[in-house]
Design a protein around this ligand. Structure first.
Ligand code: NAI
Length: 336
């Protein structure tokens, strides 16, 4: 375990963001993690103060500290401004999105032993935001797929699989229809797969994957895919283990990493104290592992799992009546 203190950039974000961030920070502090915190703004809240949803000071802080923890940020539908998430991933070159999805004992769902990892390319695809009106009534949206980014994300997925002792990486695609773009992604996957003979590489068409995931989630292990498929498949996977309130995520680059939950700002429950902080807390656990603070990460994770296993304190999304603060207190008590 490293004893050097590290500074983390905290971006609370919008909606339930500040509520789940406060809960997570309280637990990190109760676990005596050797961290200092630098709050910076991102999202709709930042727009009103800075005129942009991603101020330069926030980006600079992430670059300086090398690690950030982020709550969800609101993005308007339509309109001109790019999402703060997309902008942050691009500006910090956080090319890999890593979303482990694992059943939590005590959380009742249709499946008991889900253990999947979604690896999503974070910088291109339809998320490049290149859209224009060709003539009124006709819009063109450009899907960008490059050999460089596809090879990089596929290699990330195989390296992750090898480091974690996982056996299989599935490339998720739609190359039967998008023969050039998804075809290129698949070519890159095949080339990288040959460098990892110890790990099985398989190819699955995205629609078939969705059907199979809800029927036989145990068939899959690590899955690697382009940006848009990754967005959709990771929410589907969250549903397999109890919903968006539970699933953590990491956005990783060569030098910088930003950890964030998969869920959004939950406007329907924002401000009511009902948010489940598990997803952001588990993202913070991933962050502690990344910082090699594994003793602290295990302590927090074990406390969280103990609260779920006991089953007395549950937030509303999981059929309970506990408030965010009750849940936070229960996790802190379980660490004593
Ligand atoms: P959402 O994830 O905010 O909400 C979907 C449903 O899940 C809602 O019923 C909500 O109450 C529930 N939920 C989500 N997180 C929860 C939690 N921690 N505890 C309990 N219940 C939870 O998705 P939605 O409504 O599509 O998006 C709302 C806003 O969030 C949009 O502006 C969207 O752009 C943004 N968003 C931001 C993301 C990010 O910053 N990483 C990711 C996804 C959406």
């Amino acid at each position: 375990m490293s004893d050097a203190r590290r500074t983390v950039t905290l971006m609370s974000g919008d909606g339930i963001g500040p509520e789940v961030m406060e809960a997570t920070r309280a637990i990190l502090e109760a676990a005596r993690c050797p961290l200092d915190y630098e709050y910076q703004e991102a999202g709709a809240g930042a727009s009103s103060r800075f005129g942009t949803n991603l101020p330069d000071v926030t980006v600079e802080s992430c670059l300086r500290n090398g690690v950030g923890l982020k709550g969800p940020t609101a993005t308007g539908i339509g309109g001109g401004q790019q999402s703060a998430n997309v902008a942050l991933r691009k500006r910090l070159d956080l090319y890999a999105s890593l979303r482990p999805v694992k059943s939590i004992p005590g959380v009742k769902t249709r499946y008991e032993d889900v253990d999947l990892v979604v690896v999503r390319e974070n910088t291109e695809d339809l998320y490049a935001g290149l859209e224009h009106i060709v003539v009124p009534g006709v819009v063109e949206s450009l899907k960008i797929i490059t050999e460089k980014a596809s090879t990089r994300i596929c290699r990330f997925a195989f390296e992750y699989a090898r480091a974690r002792g996982r056996k299989k990486v599935s490339a998720v695609h739609k190359a039967n229809i998008m023969k050039l773009s998804d075809g290129l992604f698949l070519d890159c996957f095949r080339a990288v797969s040959r460098e990892f003979p110890d790990i099985q590489g398989e190819e699955v068409i995205v629609d078939a994957l969705c059907m199979q995931l809800v029927r036989w989630p145990e068939k899959f292990d690590v899955m690697v895919m382009e940006n848009l498929y990754g967005d959709i498949v990771s929410d589907l996977c969250a549903g397999l283990v109890g919903g968006l309130g539970l699933v953590p995520g990491a956005n990783l680059g060569e030098k910088t990493a930003v950890f964030e939950a998969v869920h959004g700002t939950a406007p329907d429950i924002a401000g009511s104290g009902l948010a489940n902080p598990t997803a952001l807390l588990m993202s913070a656990v991933m962050m502690l592992d990344y910082l090699k603070l594994t003793e602290h990460s295990r302590r927090i994770e074990q406390a969280l799992l103990a609260v779920y296993a006991e089953g007395k304190v549950k937030t509303k999304d999981l059929g309970g009546s506990a408030k965010t603060t009750d849940f936070t207190r229960a996790v802190i008590d379980a660490m004593k």
